[in-house]
Design a binder for this molecule. Sequence first.
Ligand code: FAD
Length: 390
Amino acid sequence: MADVDIVISGGGAIGTAMALVCERLQYRWLLLDQPAKQHSIGRLGFDLRTLALSPQSITWLDELHERKKFPRQRVDRMHIWEQLGTSTIDFCREEVGSDSLAWIAEHSRVLKALQKNCEAHVRNIKTAGITKIADAQQSLTLTNGETVSCKLLIIAEGANSPTRELARTRWVAQSLGQRALVTVIETERTHNSTAWQRFGSGIVAFLPLTSPRTHAVVWSVSNPMFEELESLDDDEFKERIALASDRICGAVLEVDQRLSFPLNHGLAHTFLPQSWIFILGDAAHTIHPLAGQGMNLGIEDVRGLESVLRASASTKFISPTQLHTLAQRRRAKAIIMQQLMSLFDSTWRWKNPLSHWLRNFGVRTFSRAPVLKRQIIREAMGFGPMTKVN
Ligand SMILES: Cc1cc2nc3c(=O)[nH]c(=O)nc-3n(C[C@H](O)[C@H](O)[C@H](O)COP(=O)(O)OP(=O)(O)OC[C@H]3O[C@@H](n4cnc5c(N)ncnc54)[C@H](O)[C@@H]3O)c2cc1C
């Protein structure tokens, strides 16, 4: 039976980052992955799936990536508005005294950079899953028949994690009745390092990519509207997306292949089902992508675990009490984020005139409250008290 300090199951960005943390802190670790098919780079040269990462997440990832960094585009400004609305919300980096509001990176390039950093430790990586968890012995049976014992099992298998079920953890999923349609477009005008987001027929976001007229699109729409958009050919789709963005960057000249994801809010009943099993990343929580916070939340989970592991790095005794406190704190944060996303999403769907007036009034008041605005954006950037990980 192999014996290691930490087993990480799931080699997505969160699991791989966790493995690099274990390596940095000199734990004996094993990363298990059953890789799913990766999304390909589209014909415009970008991954169709992109991530808005907070400055805090980027700084932390860069520290972890001693050898290989991934390309990214800086966001200097954000402009948020509503179809038929009279008010807008604008943020700019100067307002918060930062050199960026966020960074846009391609999902597969972030993952590849993390994996590249793991390459030197290939002996610690196995293509296998877990078929059985023996609690008393703290041991795991793998799909290849091997048995491994460990002091800590970290589950980072994404939203459909089978090991979370083996650990008998209830997963409460609430379908949002929406899908996120993602693609990459080229527009007539340059993005000017601005992220644009319009609330109207769904929530459409244009995120700036490293080429000046190219944007990643995340368009969250109701299921019926998704079906209608799916049936459009590329020229019709270009026109629809130009309309949905009020032609903020002019005409849409090119559109890449479209991918889509069902939107759910999912939450594990506990993030610490046993004193030696911790669940993080999308295996612990999934949220609406409207504020681009899912991966950032997962990175905060890893940073929280990093600080617990650092405290016990010399003895390799991983304190169950500290794990318990962390699990509770991370779950509370995930609940707050889910509730905030639901609030934004539902508020922007109010249709009657009074609600519409109220919303515009609220947005105008918010825009004129610089202290509140600054605090909210600092929180989204990963610098507020809610983002504290230890
Ligand atoms: C449309 C959309 C837009 C988004 N935009 C943003 C954004 O702008 N900013 C942001 O911060 N977040 C965003 N997110 C969220 C972000 O993509 C996720 O939070 C993040 O990718 C989760 O990473 P993960 O490693 O936890 O899970 P995953 O990426 O799902 O990785 C799980 C890994 O575990 C492996 N695995 C699965 N089962 C097993 C098993 N049994 N054994 C071993 N391995 C297994 C899988 O193959 C995979 O490699 C978005 C999500 C969506 C859907």
